[in-house]
Design a protein around this ligand. Structure first.
Ligand code: ATP
Length: 272
């Protein structure tokens, strides 16, 4: 009997440890890991016990009604907003709540906001050269003699963003869609591991929207990508797992067919 007591006391402790180990090994397989994340603004819970896992090399589409918390979730990942509670990890091991925005960007989390912010007074190629140069000054970046590796990188990005034929064009003369692609190219120049892309096809023509789905699928071959978008035709074209947020939590997650036919999603979002 005396022998049994410590054994009985040990059993639940052992089980708890195993559960934690399982969770940790699950986390290590992710590039982004959010668990139990909440944040409130003036008492309003914009993110409410949110759990979201993005696998290494995965592309995910995030949908959800206005105010669902999509932007706030991105703000938490990029360090713009600190969560009140919960875990946020990058690459399985880096606790993002302990780093600020510039450090997180340098680690390899690139974000593209909805409105393109390219340098309009410069050519497409110079915009990419500027992004590639990072902290170099604008003039130094443009007049710096690029080595073969940098030239090859620019050529590769131009090809990915469908702008090789416009490399010498002024960014000011690009269409809205082409400016979005150039900005995606500028993100790629910084060699991110994860790209967060906010409503990339808003304001694009149908042809540009279709090309953007192909472009992001190309990028997703060697990057992890999160795309926030309301255009369901475009989300379907991406052909990836979909997460629908609502009131700061995951309402539904799975294939586009499953999520778009989920009665909860129809009620709060698609049926509106
Ligand atoms: N800094 C802030 N201060 C106060 N409230 C905020 C702040 N940021 C976000 N909110 C609120 O949190 C909620 C979630 O907003 P969020 O912008 O994340 O939603 P969203 O899903 O991105 O919506 P949309 O599709 O309209 O962009 C909203 O009710 C918003 O008003």
């Amino acid at each position: 009997m005396i022998e049994e007591r410590p054994l009985a006391a040990k059993a639940p402790q052992h089980a708890a440890l195993t559960e934690r180990e399982v969770q940790e090994s699950r986390r290590k397989e992710t590039i982004l890991y959010l668990d139990g994340v909440s944040v409130s603004f003036d008492g309003f819970r914009a993110i409410n016990n949110l759990s979201f896992l993005l696998g290494k090399g995965e592309m995910r589409a995030i949908i959800g009604p206005n105010g669902a918390g999509k932007t706030t979730m991105m703000d938490i990942v990029t360090g713009k907003t600190r969560p009140d509670e919960g875990e946020v990890f990058f690459n399985g091991t880096v606790d993002l709540t302990k780093h600020d925005e510039p450090a997180i960007a340098t680690m390899g989390i690139g974000r593209k906001f909805q409105k393109p912010t390219v340098f309009e007074g410069h050519t497409v190629e110079d915009n990419l050269a500027l992004a590639l140069a990072g902290s170099r000054s604008i003039l130094a970046a443009i007049f710096h003699r690029r080595d073969a590796e940098e030239e090859a990188r620019i050529a590769e990005i131009l090809d990915t963003i469908r702008l090789t034929h416009l490399r010498d064009a002024s960014a000011a003369n690009l269409s809205h869609g082409q400016k979005q692609w150039l900005e995606i190219g500028m993100l790629l120049a910084q060699d991110p591991k994860v790209l967060l892309v906010d409503e990339p096809v808003a304001g694009m023509t149908d042809a540009e929207t279709e090309e953007t789905a192909r472009l992001l699928r190309d990028i997703a071959r060697d990057h992890s990508v999160v795309v926030v978008e309301h255009d369901m035709g475009f989300v379907r074209d991406l052909g990836v797992k979909v997460t629908c947020l609502h009131e700061g939590s995951v309402l539904s997650e799975g294939s586009i067919d499953n999520v778009s036919s989920d009665p909860k999603v129809v009620e709060v979002y698609l049926g509106r």
